[in-house]
Design a protein around this ligand. Structure first.
Ligand SMILES: C[S@@+](CC[C@H](N)C(=O)[O-])C[C@H]1O[C@@H](n2cnc3c(N)ncnc32)[C@H](O)[C@@H]1O
Length: 315
């Protein structure tokens, strides 16, 4: 086997059969994998699509894209290293106006999580980095050392739903007045000092998630891409989103719900009260992993897949 077929790191794609079944609506269409990672979902889509289909893979992490062997995709493949919030620009650059499917498998790759240098995993030793895109300036170290105590508490509360956010923020500020926090173990120590040892790992997971969301502006970029995605889908085209925490899932759910509302014009109604459905939801409740997949792949346990289809109404 070609060495490139054996990436240094492995990432098992989540809900792969469900994604393929729900996303594909035109075997010769244009598909965007907005979170290409190691290309697990794209490879599965490629096996099902016709040779004249087009695949566009976007990832802001160049180390992910660099590991992929493009010969594994038989269709025309465009790999773009950028944030998916730049979806419009990507399509402009490729002179593509409409697409048939967009997949967003949010969060981070297993290989980034396992790399101590990236600073994502609270159980490893490494720098407080947490950037998906290492060319960005803002790191977790900057956030933790330079944001106010109130900002830190708000981030942990809002993006981590961490109840001890105020106490942890106070502890961080106390620690950083003595010495700048630059390593994962210092943040771990700040959290551990504020929570019951029985719940320590849950709090650590929430706090690390919160700072990762802040560093990568994850909620803002998701809101942007959901808007642009709906505009670039051809009628019948589909948007599939896999999320791994409740904040993301809520945003996707509300977006799909709002855009699938039908409020016909009534006498005396203002224009902004009239709603034509731009989307039709294909999943009522989110699709989750079956017990076998959840047992085999821990990442699949928190995954929720929602899919919606573009209607033929003009936006
Ligand atoms: C869960 S992994 C995707 C794994 C992929 N589906 C596979 O099967 O290999 C998420 C990927 O999305 C990328 N990513 C996250 N947010 C992004 C964004 N805003 N723009 C572009 N890529 C992003 C991460 O760098 C990571 O590689």
């Amino acid at each position: 086997m070609n060495q490139l077929n054996q990436p240094k790191f492995r990432h098992t794609p989540v809900l792969v059969d469900e994604v393929c079944t729900l996303l594909i609506n035109d075997l010769s269409g244009v598909y965007i994998d907005g979170t290409f990672g190691l290309g697990g979902h794209s490879k599965a889509l490629s096996l099902l699509l016709n040779d004249d289909a087009t695949l566009i893979g976007i990832d802001q992490d160049e180390s992910a894209l660099a590991q992929f062997d493009p010969s594994l995709i038989k269709q025309s493949l465009h790999l773009m290293c950028t944030n998916f919030e730049n979806l419009d620009q990507v399509l402009d650059d490729l002179s593509i106006t409409k697409v048939h499917g967009i997949l967003l498998d949010l969060g981070l790759n297993s290989f980034s999580l396992d790399d101590p240098e990236r600073g994502f995993a609270f159980s490893l030793e490494g720098p407080l980095d947490m950037r998906f895109d290492r060319s960005n300036e803002l790191t977790a170290e900057t956030v933790i050392n330079e944001y106010s105590q109130e900002q830190l508490a708000n981030i942990m509360y809002r993006f981590g739903e961490e109840r001890n956010s105020r106490r942890i923020a106070r502890k961080i500020v106390d620690m950083r007045t003595k010495k700048r926090l630059i390593e994962i173990d210092q943040l771990r120590e700040a959290v551990a000092g504020c929570v019951d040892p029985r719940f320590r790992n849950k709090s650590l997971a929430r706090v690390f998630q919160a700072f990762r969301i802040e560093v990568n502006r994850e909620m803002d970029v998701l809101a942007t891409v959901l808007d642009s995605a709906v505009k670039v889908l051809a009628p019948g085209g589909r948007l599939a989103v896999i999320s791994y925490h409740s904040l993301e899932d809520r945003m996707v759910k509300n977006h799909f719900r709002d855009l699938s509302q039908d409020i016909p014009r009534q006498p005396g109604m203002r224009d902004d009260e009239v709603k034509i459905p731009l989307l039709k939801r294909l999943t009522g409740k989110p699709v989750i992993a079956d017990p076998a997949e959840a047992a085999a792949n821990p990442r699949a346990r928190s995954a929720k897949l929602r899919v919606a289809e573009r209607t033929s109404h003009a936006s």
